[in-house]
Design a protein around this ligand. Structure first.
Ligand code: GDP
Ligand code: MG
Length: 441
């Protein structure tokens, strides 16, 4: 996919005269690629029309970086399509909110409910899970297991068969227990059936959710629009979560879901585990959709903002893929020293959403500094190892003492390291283009 787009753009930039025909050919190839990524045909056609409006052929002929201009236009257009123009309801900590999850069976609802609860719990919320799926055998057991593992209170029944009743009782109970995030997991069916939508309507009426989240499997392909629309027509969906983004699917269906529900994507699921869950970030998502490779934008930024003399070393470390605590330390140094490198990391899903949330840069900087104090108390052996097994209790205690920080914070720092190391490991074996080759997608 990425190949065909870059080929199309390459051909175009080689052409001496960029006329209507060349531009059309190029756009047709991008169209094909986007269709393969499950973007709906109608949306691709719209995009193509819009591109023609914004890309000025005269500018292109003037010998500027043509590929850049087209790439940027396509990129911007897709970002726009993922923005419904209004944010979703955001729950407030300490104030009870009811969040209802809907989606077809197997889309990842139950898993995502737990991830959503766990994500907020880590941030100091009091979440609770209600299992209103009485359709699927074992649904309650699954939720119970997940909830127990995450130490989240749950409610459900083995005998009651009325999902509306369970939902109502569960929500009521957790409101009394002053939970601030009451999550209602619902049933799905293999198909979009009248009975399912009727059930969703009833559960929604009974629990009066503040937000209804439509959970979409990224691999459902072109079916996304109809599916999202069907749910939106029966209940008032206000946000989308796209799951299984760790698989092969590029997730183009998300554009359809946004269009059909007029709601934003808020999170993506990137694995079966509880913590494989990320705040949705438009730019990396669109990069992936375009097959730009998750890291090409990132590499561009490296060339832009990392001092030239540090580039080869950093790039080598990147491709070797062994991410040590020392590398993390150096990157933190960069982040603090030169603000713009924050932009580099904002290209990476894991770095941006957790470590440097938008609008909270100061807080993030303070945290990074604390992490660095702790790393200052580490030995060379510790800094140069990428094996966390080395970090036994006595070492952790020594680091805590040495830096005057609590033990839990040292553990938190190591968790952060683990998370970043995972992001980093994806870059292993990546072919890093040299400077000058960077204009290619
Ligand atoms: P539900 O029927 O909508 O409740 O879906 P489940 O939560 O039971 O998930 C269906 C299957 O998808 C399970 O095997 C999950 O482990 C798996 N799953 C859910 N989310 C993800 C994800 O983000 N990545 C991967 N790889 N698997 C997922
Ligand atoms: Mg389920």
């Amino acid at each position: 996919l990425g190949g065909s787009i870059s080929k199309a753009l390459q051909r175009m930039s080689n052409a001496t005269i960029i006329d209507e025909k060349v531009l059309n050919e190029c756009l047709n190839e991008i169209t094909r690629a986007l269709l393969q990524a499950d973007v709906q045909f109608r949306m691709v056609a719209d995009m193509q029309k819009n591109i023609k409006k914004v890309v000025n052929l005269d500018d292109l002929a003037a010998g500027h970086n043509k590929r850049r201009i087209i790439q940027q236009a396509v990129f911007n257009e897709l970002c726009k399509m993922l923005d419904p123009g209004k944010p979703s309801f955001t729950p407030k900590k300490g104030k009870p909110s009811v969040i209802m999850f809907v989606g077809l069976q197997g889309s990842g609802k139950t898993t995502t409910c737990t991830k959503y609860a766990y994500y907020h719990q880590k941030k100091g919320w009091k979440p609770a899970l209600v299992c209103a799926d009485t359709f699927r055998a074992g649904a309650f057991d699954q939720l119970k297991q997940n909830a127990t593992k995450a130490k989240i209170p749950f409610y459900g029944s083995y005998t009651e068969s009325d999902p509306v009743k369970i939902a109502e009782e569960g929500v009521e109970r957790f409101k009394k227990e002053s939970c601030d995030l009451i999550i209602v997991d619902t049933s799905g069916r293999h198909k979009q059936e009248v009975a399912l939508f009727e059930e969703m309507r009833q559960v929604s009426e009974a629990t009066k959710p503040d937000l209804i989240i439509f959970v979409m499997d990224s691999s459902i392909g072109q079916a996304a629009f109809d599916q999202a629309q069907a749910f939106k027509q029966s209940v008032s969906v206000g946000a989308v979560i796209v799951t299984k983004m760790d698989g092969h699917a590029k997730g183009g269906g998300a554009l359809s879901a946004v269009a059909a529900t007029k709601s934003p994507v808020i999170f993506i699921g990137t694995g079966e585990h509880m913590d494989e869950f990320e705040v949705f970030d438009v730019k990396p998502f669109v990069s992936r959709l375009l097959g730009m490779g998750d890291w090409s934008g990132f590499m561009d930024k490296i060339h832009e903002v990392v001092p030239t003399d540090q580039q080869p070393e950093l790039l080598q470390k990147l491709t070797e893929g062994s991410f040590t605590l020392r590398i993390m330390y150096e990157q933190f140094q960069n982040i603090l020293k030169m603000g713009p490198i924050g932009q580099v990391f904002s290209m990476i899903p894991g770095f941006s959403s957790e470590l440097m949330p938008k609008g909270r840069e100061q807080e993030s900087q303070a945290k990074i500094k604390r992490y660095m104090y702790m790393m200052d108390s580490m030995t060379n052996e510790e800094l140069d190892s990428s094996n966390l097994k080395l970090m036994n209790d006595s070492r952790i205690m020594r680091i805590a003492r040495g830096s005057g920080r609590p033990i839990v914070e040292v553990m938190e720092m190591l968790e952060e390291y683990k998370r970043l190391a995972k992001v980093w490991s994806k870059m292993k074996g990546l072919k890093i283009p040299k400077k000058g080759e960077m204009s290619a997608l």
